[in-house]
Design a binder for this molecule. Structure first.
Ligand code: AMP
Ligand code: GLY
Length: 421
C-alpha cells in the first residue's frame, strides 16, 4: 500500500513510525511533513489545507489510503473531498469534526444527551457574557473561544478583571480570529485530567490506552497553556472502574449522540476528561489523535494500525481485536525559547544523529527542518523525546537521559512530566 499522511508535527511522526511497522505498507508520503519525518517518509510540499492539491497528488501517485491527522483540514472537509474523489481516507467528515471545531456545538450536544460536562452558557455578545459572569460572581471562571485556537483558546479567570480582559481579548480583539465570535463561559472543575483516544467506526468504539498531557508551559503547571509539553501513558488516575463509568456515561453516549444528529463520527475520537469529585466529566472533544498523546499511545499498540484503519473506514471495527503492550511510556517535549508566545526559528539542534535520533529513546520531530544535513528548529514545539519502560519511572528516566543529549539555543522543557496532577 501507498499511504499519504497529512500533517507536520510530532503526532504525524509517531503515526508514520507506527505505519512503517505494518507489512501492508510499501511507501509513505507526508504532506507537508518536517525534517525528522523526511527520514521516515517522502515529504511533499503540499499544504495540509490544500484539498485540490491533495486529490491531485493522491491520484497521480495512486495512493491507497490518506490519513488526515490535524484538526484544521478535518474541520475544513478534507476527508469529504478525498472521499468524493474515490480516495480512501481516515478521519471524520467535516459535519462530525465539528465536535472539536465548535465548543458551542459540543457543549450543546452534551447537554442534549446528558453527557457529563461542566455547566455553561454560550454568548455571541461580549456585554452579555460579562453581565452573566458578574451576575454569577463565582471565580475562577473558565472562558473559551468557540472555534479552533491551537489549544490556547481557554482562559481561566481568577477575578472579574481577568474575566473582562479575557472576553475582550477573545471577542473584541479577536486574538483567535473568527474562533472568538462566540464564547463558552463555564464552571471551573477540579481533579486530575485524562486523555482517552478511541477508534470508532460509528458503530462500536474501542478506547486506546489512557494518557496524560501536561498543557502548561512550565513546571508545577505554571505559565500559559500550550499544545502540550509532555505526556505519559497509562494515566495513573484512570482506573478500570473510572474506565467503565466513562464507557457507559461518556464514550458510547457520544457515539450514539453523533449518530442521532446525523453526524456519524468515524476516525479517532479524543476525550479530554477531568476526574472530578462528582465523577468523570468531559472537558473537550477532539476529532483526531492528540499531540503529544499519540507519541506515548501508539508506541504501545501491538495490532497492525493499517488493519484498524481499514476496519474503521469499512465499518468493521467490531471484528478487530486491538492489543496493547503493558509497558509505560513518557514523552518530553523540547520547545523553542518563548513558546507558546513568539519564538525564533532556524536555530541549529545539536546531539541528533543523521536520522534525527539519539540512543536510548525515540525522537519524534514536531517543528524541525533538515537543511544541508543539519536539523534546525522550525516551530514552537520542536521535538518529543519518547521512551518506554517496565514502569513509569524507567520510561521517564530514559526519556530525560536522552533529552540531556540534545540541545539548541533557547530550548526549554518541563522537568516534571509524569509528576504532577
Ligand atoms: P481545552 O482546550 O478545552 O482542553 O482546555 C485547556 C485546558 O484548560 C484543559 O486541559 C484544562 O486544564 C483547562 N480547563 C478547561 N476547561 C476547564 C474547566 N471547566 N475547569 C477547569 N479547567 C479547565
Ligand atoms: N494535547 C492536546 C491536544 O492534542 O489537543
Amino acid at each position: 500500500m501507498k499511504i499519504l499522511v497529512i500533517g507536520s508535527g510530532g503526532r504525524e511522526h509517531a503515526i508514520i513510525r507506527k505505519l512503517k511497522e505494518s507489512p501492508h505498507v510499501d511507501k509513505i508520503y507526508a504532506a507537508p511533513g518536517n525534517g525528522g519525518i523526511s527520514c521516515d517518509a517522502e515529504c511533499v510540499d503540499i499544504s495540509a489545507m490544500d484539498k485540490e492539491g491533495m486529490v491531485r497528488f493522491a491520484k497521480e501517485k495512486e495512493i491507497d489510503l490518506v490519513f488526515v491527522a490535524p484538526d484544521d483540514p478535518l474541520a475544513d472537509g478534507m476527508v469529504d473531498t478525498l472521499m468524493a474523489n474515490d480516495i480512501r481516507a481516515f478521519g471524520p467528515h467535516a459535519n462530525a469534526a465539528v465536535i472539536e471545531s465548535s465548543k458551542v456545538f459540543s457543549k450543546n450536544l452534551m447537554k442534549k444527551y446528558n453527557i457529563p460536562t461542566a455547566d455553561y452558557e454560550t454568548f455571541d455578545d461580549p456585554a452579555k457574557a460579562i453581565e452573566y459572569i458578574e451576575g454569577r460572581n463565582k471565580y475562577p471562571v473558565v472562558i473559551k473561544a468557540d472555534g479552533l485556537a491551537l489549544g490556547k483558546g481557554v482562559i481561566i479567570a481568577k477575578d472579574p478583571e481577568e474575566a473582562r480582559a479575557a472576553v475582550k481579548e477573545i471577542m473584541e480583539d479577536k486574538k483567535f480570529g473568527a474562533s472568538g465570535n462566540n464564547v463558552v463561559v463555564e464552571e471551573f472543575l477540579t481533579g486530575p485530567e485524562v486523555s482517552v483516544l478511541a477508534f470508532t467506526d460509528g458503530i462500536v468504539l474501542k478506547p486506546m490506552v489512557s494518557s496524560k498531557d501536561h498543557k502548561r508551559a512550565y513546571d508545577n503547571d505554571e505559565g500559559l497553556n500550550t499544545g502540550g509539553m509532555g505526556t505519559i501513558s497509562p494515566n495513573p488516575y484512570y482506573t478500570d472502574e473510572i474506565a467503565d463509568i466513562c464507557m457507559k456515561t461518556i464514550f458510547e453516549p457520544t457515539v450514539s449522540a453523533m449518530n442521532s444528529e446525523n453526524r456519524t463520527f468515524k476516525g479517532c475520537l479524543y476525550f479530554g476528561l477531568m476526574i472530578t469529585p462528582d465523577g468523570p466529566k468531559v472537558i473537550e472533544y477532539n476529532a483526531r489523535f492528540g499531540d503529544p498523546e499519540t507519541q506515548v499511545v501508539l508506541p504501545r499498540l501491538k495490532t497492525d494500525l493499517v488493519d484498524i484503519i481499514e476496519a474503521v473506514i469499512d465499518s468493521k471495527l467490531s471484528q478487530v481485536n486491538i492489543e496493547w503492550s503493558n509497558e509505560s511510556t513518557a514523552c518530553v517535549v523540547m520547545a523553542s525559547g518563548g513558546y507558546p508566545l513568539a519564538y525564533k526559528k532556524g536555530v541549529e539542534i545539536t546531539g541528533l544523529d543523521e536520522n534525527g535520533q539519539v540512543d536510548g529513546a525515540t525522537v519524534y520531530h514536531a517543528g524541525t527542518k533538515l537543511e544541508d544535513g543539519k536539523f534546525l528548529t522550525n516551530g514552537g514545539r520542536v521535538l518529543g523525546i519518547t521512551a518506554g519502560g517496565k514502569t513509569l519511572d524507567e520510561a521517564l528516566e530514559k526519556a530525560y537521559a536522552a533529552v540531556e543529549k540534545i540541545g539548541f539555543e533557547g530550548a526549554h522543557y518541563r522537568k516534571d512530566i509524569g509528576r504532577t496532577k
